[in-house]
Design a binder for this molecule. Structure first.
Ligand SMILES: [Ca+2]
Ligand SMILES: [Ca+2]
Ligand SMILES: [Ca+2]
Ligand SMILES: [Ca+2]
Length: 392
């Protein structure tokens, strides 16, 4: 009996010890709670960013109204200038939001294609002086690369995702370090503020791997004449600030890429509309298997025409040299009516074709991008942010 009591006491002590150890474990280091904390931190970070963007948007709208009707938009500070990205490496990005699928297109930019001239190893309409590249060719040998030849890029603006779909002449390669980019000029003065760059995604699942959002924080893109070539002694540092990289950044859901599930010659990029602001924006597209370096923008301020070479057999600088394997589009616009003096602007007839017949514009904002009772008009009213709508 005494032995039994002793036994019971031993078991009790062991149980108490085990209970303490277990609750100590749960108290501080439960993987479940750590994960919950991370999720909460992710949500909090997103909410903070949204609040910040809203305040920036509101400030910019106020500024825009103050400036009316002169419509001289100073190269004002953009969100990127005051964002301090906390790019702290963590093993797995925690995503709060995932893009859906673009359902139609609100606009598009059509590009020149070179496929028909490939057998002659030449290209027409490459305009190096104005940053309009049509050179999907290797350096010196002039071998044509159809996966770099942009045919069209479609745009759809939704809340909160802005979708860009690249339609290329050739199929996307299975692998390689090809870069596709969207350049955004959110204050319409010709200098890009952001470059969204993606590498080839593995499949048709949205991913933030191989996605970067770069900013020109010090505003030196373009030198004195945005998009126009200059030979400066001090070279600009281009897009030098990394706002987002592989799912890391203040907003971990800022930008995504995937292969179009329905087309092997299409790649899709999704960005949050917080990046584009509320004043409407200019955008152009890039396909690049050559330099692939955001710090070299504007590329024609870094390489002289002689160094870059030309893809046009009639040009004495033929063939392409330092600036090879690259294609770019003109600057299209969305959400505002351009003055026409914006550098690199697509010709109006290109843009007119971009609006399907029967569609017009209504007043909206980036945080509420729908008509919300506003009239659908043929033109976007004033310099407000507009979205397409079906005309009555
Ligand atoms: Ca092209
Ligand atoms: Ca700009
Ligand atoms: Ca320049
Ligand atoms: Ca810069």
């Amino acid at each position: 009996m005494k032995k039994l009591v002793h036994c019971e006491r031993t078991i009790c002590l062991m149980l108490i010890f085990l209970t303490f150890s277990f609750s100590a474990c749960l108290g501080s280091n439960s993987p479940t709670e750590a994960f919950d904390d991370q999720v909460q931190a992710g949500v909090a970070a997103t909410l903070t960013k949204e609040a910040f963007v809203r305040s920036v948007d509101s400030a910019r709208q106020t500024e825009a109204v103050k400036n009316l009707p002169t419509v001289t938009l100073e190269p004002s500070p953009t969100p990127s200038l005051t964002i301090t990205p906390s790019i702290t490496p963590t093993p797995e990005p925690i995503h709060v939001m995932l893009p859906g699928s673009p359902t139609n297109r609100h606009s598009f930019v059509q590009d020149l294609v070179t496929v028909d001239l490939a057998k002659d190893k030449t290209a027409l309409d490459d305009n190096y002086a104005w940053s309009r590249f049509e050179r999907p060719y290797t350096a010196e040998k002039m071998e044509y690369r159809d996966y770099l030849d942009i045919y069209r890029v479609d745009l759809q603006v939704t809340d909160p995702w802005v979708y860009f779909t690249f339609v290329l002449i050739g199929k996307l390669p299975q692998e390689g370090d090809v870069r596709y980019s969207i350049e955004l000029d959110v204050d319409h003065e010709g200098r890009g503020e952001f470059l969204v760059t993606v590498s080839l995604p593995p499949d048709s699942e949205w991913t933030t791997e191989g996605v970067w959002v770069m900013a020109d924080e010090d505003g030196d893109i373009g030198g004195l004449y945005p998009l126009y070539m200059e030979n400066q002694e001090e070279k600009p540092n281009g897009y030098e600030r990394e706002l987002f990289s592989n799912g890391q950044g203040e907003d971990r859901d800022l930008a995504w890429v995937r292969r179009d599930p329905d087309n092997r010659n299409r790649i899709q990029i999704a960005i949050k509309d917080s990046l584009i602001g509320t004043l409407g924006f200019l955008w152009s597209a890039w396909a690049d298997d050559g330099l692939r370096d955001p710090s070299l923008f504007d590329i024609n301020d870094h390489y002289t025409f002689e160094e870059a070479g030309s893809p046009n057999k009639d040009n004495y600088r033929y063939p392409v040299k330092a600036v090879a394997l690259i294609d770019s589009t003109c600057r299209s616009w969305f959400g505002y009516i351009p003055s026409g003096s914006e550098p690199g602007l697509c010709f109006a007839e290109d843009q007119l074709r971009a609006s399907p017949p029967g569609y017009g514009w209504c007043k909206a904002s980036a945080t509420a991008p729908d008509c919300d009772g506003n009239a659908c008009l043929i033109d976007c009213p004033g310099s407000k942010f507009c979205v397409p709508c079906k005309l009555p």
